[in-house]
Design a protein around this ligand. Sequence first.
Ligand SMILES: [Zn+2]
Length: 166
Amino acid sequence: MICRDCKSVLPDLLLDPASPSNTAAQAHVDSCSECRAELNELQATFALLDEWTAPEPSAYFDQKLAVRLREEQTASPAGWFERLRSRLLFNTGRQFRPAFAAALAVVLLIGGGTIADLHMHTSAPATSAAITDLQVFDKNDQALQTMDQLVQDEGSSDDPVVEPIS
Ligand SMILES: [Zn+2]
């Protein structure tokens, strides 16, 4: 076993040194001082974490959270661009599924055509072109509807239906 492979399995070795799958790593650690030092550091970190206890929330935590929640509930809903951005930022899985990307490309094409059309009838804007494009795009009802449908569809089409062979 080489050092790079050994270092990638060091956490496994630390948590379960007796496991047969860690025999090779254990043998390497016994013969390699660099990896042994790293295992010792990891061990020290885990020992430190064992001692650590999570702090108690402050007495007003629940009240503050309730106020924040009410503020968020009464705030005006975010535009679709903001929602899309937060989805891409915070969604933990499947956000780059090919279907989603393809549908987004279609939306951008529709939006792009609308923007080009609108630009012919408006005078040169003072703000930057990108901001103007986004503002126009934000008002594009067609794009908005497509995006809403996209967001709703995403949850339901996760499991592909397998057609039975007759
Ligand atoms: Zn090593």
